[in-house]
Ligand binder design. Structure first.
Ligand SMILES: NC(=O)c1ccc[n+]([C@@H]2O[C@H](COP(=O)([O-])OP(=O)(O)OC[C@H]3O[C@@H](n4cnc5c(N)ncnc54)[C@H](OP(=O)(O)O)[C@@H]3O)[C@@H](O)[C@H]2O)c1
Length: 339
């Protein structure tokens, strides 16, 4: 009996064609552009004309203007690119971004443009799979994008990341988490976010408080954004990422008590955790839905984060050759940066 030989895998992406970063003005997108530029890899940074972009004027970086809501602009942006890293989102929306045009139809249009121009590999920045995906708009849309990507036939990698330390520590009140960051999520001028940051921003430093979703002993596999960016860049070429879905988290599953303890050691003052019950977020999610889909999504994310669950840190980063930063190392490094 004849056995069919499977087709050979596509060759690993070359270094010659630029890597397209979609969502380059965002917090992760900026880190991707900075790391690729430092590694002297040609980068095409996709931003909207309205995006903050001055900080992306770096060596080896070509800034292109396009919009996920405008398929023709994506077609032009994808011409001649090698790998693509898709990290855009309307989670903290500016200038009219919406989930429907960015995370839903925008990603579908991006995949179509990548297919047309035979991009070498598309790396999708995704979120953990949970039993609650249908209740959290961002999670539901990432699952949908993952399915579209698998069905498209594009060479790809899906990276499902645990919560980013830089964001969640800052949102809990530890301001030093974003020191030195050229584009922190927490500084995006979305009024809902700015009102929240106006209340909690820097509470750890000022009052010794961390305001967290759920109980203080809830665990999360927090990962540093620099490591997230390293994983994404590794996945543009690594054999282990080709057409794979990888769950990626930091090196430890930490409780908020653990985070407070590490913050206290650096701040040289006691830090107390103040938990917010999941029911508060469940109610706010329902109340906000008619007025703001993005605010309701944030409440759904917090509701999920407030759920008690068994958690281990996902270990796939080692398969990509990325060594991970612990929360203690992250907090100490951040504290050493100028305020
Ligand atoms: N934070 C976490 O804990 C976490 C965990 C797992 C996964 N993730 C994922 O990580 C990714 C990156 O997050 P982030 O913190 O970097 O987000 P971010 O700072 O809010 O950046 C979002 C980016 O998307 C861009 N964008 C929005 N609408 C667009 C449009 N119509 N066309 C083109 N670009 C558009 C934004 O551009 P403008 O600046 O012009 O608005 C910005 O560059 C997201 O996909 C998120 O789901 C985050």
């Amino acid at each position: 009996m004849k056995t069919r030989t499977p087709p050979p895998p596509p060759p690993p992406p070359s270094h010659h064609r630029p890597t397209l970063v979609v969502g380059a003005s965002g917090q992760l997108g900026t880190r991707l552009v900075q790391q690729l530029s430092a590694a002297r890899r040609p980068v095409r940074a996709l931003v909207r004309p309205s995006s903050r972009q001055q900080h992306l004027r770096l060596p080896h970086v070509d800034i292109v203007h396009a919009d996920l809501a405008d398929p023709a602009s994506l077609d032009a942006a994808c011409q001649g690119v090698g790998a693509v890293i898709a990290s855009a989102t309307a989670v903290a929306p500016l200038n009219g971004s919406r989930f429907a045009t960015v995370d839903d139809a925008g990603y579908a249009a991006l995949f179509a443009a990548c297919q047309k121009h035979r991009c070498e590999r598309l790396v999708l920045v995704s979120v953990p799979q949970t039993p609650f995906d249908e209740r959290i708009p961002l999670f539901r849309l990432r699952r949908q994008a993952e399915q579209r990507l698998a069905a498209s036939g594009l060479p790809h990698a899906v990276l499902r990341f645990a919560p980013f330390m830089d964001d969640w520590f800052a949102l809990a009140g530890l301001a030093l988490a974003t020191r030195g960051d050229a584009a922190p999520l927490t500084a995006r001028p979305w009024p809902f976010l700015q009102r929240f940051m106006g209340v909690v921003g820097g509470l750890a430093e000022r009052r010794g408080l961390l305001i967290v979703p759920g109980r203080a002993d809830n665990r999360q596999a927090f990962i540093a954004i620099d490591d997230v960016a390293r994983c994404c860049i590794a996945a543009t070429r690594h054999e282990a990422a080709l057409n794979a879905t990888l769950a990626l988290g930091g090196p430890e599953a930490l409780s908020w008590h653990d985070v407070a303890e590490r913050a206290a050691a650096v701040l040289k003052r006691p830090v107390q955790v103040v938990g917010t019950p999941a029911a508060v977020f469940a109610l706010q999610r329902v109340l906000m839905r008619p007025f703001s889909e993005a605010a309701a999504n944030i409440m759904a994310l917090n509701w999920f984060a407030a759920q008690p669950r068994e958690l281990e840190s996902p270990a796939a980063a080692a398969r990509l050759g990325v060594a991970l930063t612990t929360a203690e190392q992250f907090i100490k490094t951040q504290a050493a940066k100028a305020a």
